[in-house]
Design a protein around this ligand. Sequence first.
Ligand SMILES: [Fe+2]
Length: 209
Amino acid sequence: MTQQEIPLSPIATGLSGSIPTDALCRTWWEQCDMLDNIKQHSQLVAEVATTLAMLAVECGRGNTTDLPGADFVQAVRAAGLLHDLGKTYTIVHGGNHSQIGAAWTMELTRNPAIAQGVMHHVYWPGQLDLNMHFLPLAIIYADKRVRHDALVCVEERFADLMDRYGTNERSRGWIERSRRQNIELEHLLSIFLEEDIHAYPFDRRRLVG
Ligand SMILES: [Fe+2]
């Protein structure tokens, strides 16, 4: 019997231990063979997440991860850029793209806050406490406002997810659970950021980077 070939990680061993720039995140996209449509999606998720982080800084709530304002915004942005880093691998080899993407992000950045944002970008397993967990919660929500490469509302995004992934009772249950979490998250973000986040014009704001 021949052994199954185990593919090697495409990631090199250069570890920065800091908050990566956009340019560095994009070199990692290439190393991980990210597909063009996932790049476009990731870019837009990062823009939405960046806006949420900037709003947090503006209302004095941008230091929730013990980072000064600019670092805080870039940490959230980098997590948005990297959130689907594991996607191509799992399309080819199966498995969970959040987990493999988070492992690679940890290896690349040595920054557990950013890796955590990648790990939990589908569903937050604990309390929706924006003071404690702004970064991963911002990534979860931003990812649910971007369908492919277009800004949409949460309900439109979930209608699409239900169409594509709601193939059985179990998967429909997970999608519905996630939809409810995001509706609650939108409400909590609106209070936390003192803006109506549902109606916020994410595409009209000048963005960093
Ligand atoms: Fe994803």
